[in-house]
Design a protein around this ligand. Structure first.
Ligand code: CP
Length: 315
């Protein structure tokens, strides 16, 4: 694997999820593979799970890691070609990314969307600027449109907890207090569309995802109907794609509750975290035996390790 930017780099998604499950059984089996190699993890946005799990995965493989909070620990970066740099941005991406690449064998990048300029966000403007200016492999740690390390984790977790070969997996929009990116939902949708599952998306009207990501998924606007016979409920908020970056209407009644979980086939509850308790999902669900959000977060380490191993094998 050269880069890990989206599902397109994953090959067979089910096989990669199985590799992550195998790594979980012996995480130190390849603890020399990354010896004398360095991963630089660049964060333009906050993170708990991605930061810790990706660093842990690299350490399990014997790599060194450096974390850079871009713009906080370093200079503010200018991305525009031809910019006259007379503002607060002291370093251009052309030098900045190229220099980081000199110290790194693998680079990880987190760069959220603006939620203002849809065309720019969906062109993966920031991620592509890094790709243009580094020669080493790049791992997407959540970009403007996708979060593939999360999606690989999600598939791995579904395989671990599924009681059947082809479970019914429901991605449910859930309320939030502010507009969030579509990345996790986009990414989950494109991975589920490649996995051997029955995939349903449910959301209020106005929250349709870009069809490039929702693909052939069944879309049901009635949340109760969508939950019927579900084996997994995956809750996530996202802002509107069509009315880009905005929240449309009041939908507090879309919060995941025990009443809704009881409509399912004894489904497991999943969420990428962080989640707003009693806004997106009720305490009674998060604190129930149905919830596997902590196990899911723990699996981030093994999913990241499966990806880093594939890249190290390529180097
Ligand atoms: N799920 C996830 O990516 O969590 P963080 O934002 O904390 O990394």
């Amino acid at each position: 694997m050269k880069n890990f930017l989206s599902v397109k780099d994953a090959g067979n998604v089910e096989e990669l999820a199985q590799k992550a499950i195998a790594i979980k059984k012996d995480r130190f089996a390849n603890n020399n593979l990354g010896a004398q190699k360095t991963m630089v993890l660049i964060f333009l946005n906050s993170s708990l799970r991605t930061r810790l799990s990706t660093q842990k995965a690299a350490l399990n493989l014997g790599m060194n890691t450096i974390i850079l909070n871009l713009g906080q620990d370093s200079w503010n970066m200018e991305y525009e070609n031809g910019a006259i740099m007379n503002g607060d941005k002291a370093e251009h991406i052309k030098e900045g990314a190229a220099v980081i690449g000199e110290y790194a064998d693998i680079i990880g990048i987190r760069c959220f969307p603006s939620l203002v300029d849809r065309e720019k966000d969906y062109s993966e403007y920031i991620l592509s600027k890094f790709l243009e200016n580094v020669k080493v492999p790049v791992v997407n740690m959540e970009s403007a449109t996708v979060h593939p390390l999360q999606s690989l984790t999600d598939l791995m977790t579904i395989r671990e907890y599924s009681k059947k070969e082809k479970p019914k997996v429901v991605l449910s929009w859930a309320p939030h207090i502010k507009p969030l990116p579509q990345c996790v939902a986009n990414s989950f949708a494109e991975w589920m569309n490649k996995a051997d599952v029955e995939f349903v998306i449910t959301h209020p009207e106005g929250y349709e995802l870009n069809e490039k990501f929702s693909g052939d998924a069944t879309i049901i606007y009635d949340q109760d109907e969508a939950f019927s016979h579900a084996d997994f409920i995956y809750a996530k908020n996202w802002s509107s794609y069509n009315d880009y970056g905005n929240i449309t209407g009041e939908h507090a009644d879309w919060m995941i509750t025990n009443r809704k979980m009881q409509l399912t086939n004894d489904a497991r509850f999943m969420h990428c975290l962080p989640t707003r308790r009693n806004i997106e999902v009720a305490d009674e669900v998060l604190d129930s035996a149905a919830s596997i959000v902590i196990q899911q977060a723990a699996n981030r380490e093994f999913a990241a390790q499966a990806v880093l191993k594939e890249i190290l094998d390529f180097l």
